[in-house]
Design a protein around this ligand. Structure first.
Ligand SMILES: NC(=O)c1ccc[n+]([C@@H]2O[C@H](COP(=O)([O-])OP(=O)(O)OC[C@H]3O[C@@H](n4cnc5c(N)ncnc54)[C@H](O)[C@@H]3O)[C@@H](O)[C@H]2O)c1
Length: 258
């Protein structure tokens, strides 16, 4: 089992779905967790679940689209736990399901502010902090994972702004990984396929047979579970990963292999 004892993990959007599963998995492996969530109630629920399991957690209310709120959340992390070892930029929104011509400038701007702005401002604040701190004894200063999507490597009919935002997350990931490789910060992205969470469970209600239609395009024959994605994120952030950086790992049950 991967061991994150004494490491500090900051996770955005950790009040639900993939973010919550990732927070619980890091906590189980020994990390101290900072839950950064725009939804104060769900963020506190995740922190409570972690504390009830005997681990340490802090919940901070943070809108990732707002750079000063991210800066404050990172400051609160360092005040509480002294350093930042791991950052997961997971918070995201799906936006409206509509063809390109029916998407408005507001639809586009809102998705970009959260899904791209959140990763851009998040990495700025996180890397600034990681560069200030000594290496952790395992030859790395920090690990960052950004949550993109299969829609970050493929087009997504009815979701042009979302697909554009997730392509941008991969561009940010690769560029930051190249810029900070020699400073011993490893930066990767994960690209989930349809995964059971509030975001996808909402899509499942939009048409009959929706889950069956999603399942049919995933070679392993099922949708993802948040824990499937969490396990990949944990490995990318582990001491076992010293050489993988700048990658967008497809967590898609084989979908993009075809
Ligand atoms: N579920 C999927 O099928 C799937 C597939 C590919 C990618 N993703 C990506 O995974 C990530 C997590 O999504 P999920 O499926 O767990 O969805 P989810 O809706 O269950 O969780 C998203 C969380 O992000 C939070 N959030 C939203 N806007 C925020 C903001 N401005 N600031 C801080 N927090 C904010 C929400 O409150 C929520 O708790 C997203 O980036 C999403 O795009 C999900």
């Amino acid at each position: 089992m991967l061991d994150f004892t004494n490491q500090v993990a900051f996770i955005t959007g950790a009040g639900s779905g993939i973010g919550r599963a990732t927070a619980l998995a890091f906590a189980k492996a020994g990390a101290r967790i900072v839950v950064a969530e725009v939804n104060e109630t769900s963020g506190q629920e995740t922190a409570t679940l972690i504390r009830e399991s005997g681990r340490e957690a802090l919940s901070v209310t943070c809108d990732v689209a707002n750079p000063s709120q991210i800066d404050t959340a990172i400051q609160q992390t360092v005040e509480a736990y002294g350093r930042l070892d791991i950052a997961i930029n997971n918070a995201g929104i799906g936006g409206r399901f509509a063809r390109l011509l029916d998407q408005t400038p507001d639809d586009f701007n809102e998705i970009m502010a959260v899904n791209v702005g959140g990763v851009f401002h998040g990495m700025q604040a996180q890397i600034r902090q990681m560069l200030k701190q000594p290496e952790n004894g395992h030859s790395d200063r920090g690990k960052i994972v950004n949550v993109s999507s299969v829609a970050g490597v493929r087009g997504m009919p009815m979701g042009a702004p979302y697909s554009a935002s997730k392509h941008a997350v991969i561009g940010l990931t690769k560029t930051a990984a190249l810029e900070y490789a020699q400073r011993n910060i490893r930066i990767n992205a994960v690209c989930p396929v349809y995964t059971h969470s509030a975001m996808v469970d909402h899509l499942l209600t939009m048409a009959p047979n929706m889950e069956e239609r999603m399942r049919r395009v995933i070679p392993v024959g099922r949708l993802g579970h948040p824990d499937d994605i969490a396990q990949a994120i944990l490995w990318l952030c582990s001491d076992e990963n010293v050489f993988c950086t700048g990658q967008a790992i497809q967590m898609d049950g084989g979908m993009t292999a075809g």
